[in-house]
Design a protein around this ligand. Structure first.
Ligand code: 13P
Length: 251
């Protein structure tokens, strides 16, 4: 089985235009291992600059951190998918827990966004993950399964096969507390099992499932060593070129 390994950097609301270009240039210079695809998700305002900075390195791709669910119209302050495509964006992060929490994005809304992104030929990086309360109650696997079912299981196998999944337990995001390799593997094996039930083993085996939540150079190798962890969606540690390069090289 061979699936695409990915190290993705979600810069969130960090870096201005110049900082973004400098960071992307430093990463693109070092990301030479064809085994691992590098995906950078800078803020919208840096997409054009980062796009130029990574040109010439086919290992490095551009992602948006979100897009609006409508193609155009009177939505002041929003960014449409058609605005992203000419900038070279190939991936769109959808359903990040910060957007679910602060922007009240529901599973149903995320289904609509997923359809739009796929219809334009881009790849959603679809995030899921439970809070600490849900994990402590022992409901984490059911909760994540429900997020995935409600947003993705209307897709046919061909469309579903184009999606990248990112499991990001909320209690591990930005907290310095990483899921243990066993916790990441347990959940990600369960997610793959769910996909196998719905779409068959071949589709499930080919789906890239990333882990996110306090991934750093010190823990990337033991996380990525798990059979169902196909890379990382990295926040804080992706803002440092040297550290992120070490994560890229952890495969
Ligand atoms: P941290 O790596 O900062 O915990 O963030 C993870 C994340 O939310 C990536 O999308």
């Amino acid at each position: 089985m061979s699936r695409q390994l990915i190290a993705a950097g979600n810069w969130k609301m960090n870096t201005n235009y110049e900082e973004g270009i400098a960071l992307a240039s430093a990463i693109a210079e070092n990301a030479k291992d064809p085994k691992c695809l590098v995906v950078l998700a800078p803020p919208f305002t840096s997409l054009a600059g980062v796009s130029q900075a990574i040109k010439g390195n086919p290992n490095v791709k551009l992602a948006a951190q979100n897009c609006h669910e409508k193609e155009k119209g009177a939505y002041t302050g929003e960014i449409s998918i058609d605005m992203l495509i000419p900038l070279g964006v190939e991936y769109v992060i959808l359903g990040h827990s910060e957007r679910r929490e602060y922007n009240k994005e529901s599973n149903a809304l995320l289904a609509t966004k997923t359809d739009l992104v796929l219809s334009k030929g881009l790849t959603p990086i679809f995030c899921c993950g439970e809070s600490l309360d849900i994990r402590n109650a022992g409901n984490h696997i059911d909760f994540v399964a429900n997020q995935l079912k409600e947003s993705l299981f209307h897709l046919d196998a061909e469309a579903f096969g184009k999606i990248v999944i990112a499991y990001e337990p909320i209690w591990a995001i930005g907290t310095g507390v990483t899921a243990s390799p066993q916790q990441a593997q347990e959940m990600q094996a369960a997610i793959r099992g769910l996909f196998a039930d719905q779409y068959g083993a071949e589709v499930a085996d080919a789906t890239t499932i990333l882990y996110g939540g306090s991934v750093k150079p010190a823990n990337a190798e033991e996380l990525f060593a798990n059979p169902d962890v196909d890379g990382g969606l990295v926040g804080g540690a992706s803002l440092n070129a040297e550290g992120f390069t070490a994560i890229i090289n952890a495969f």
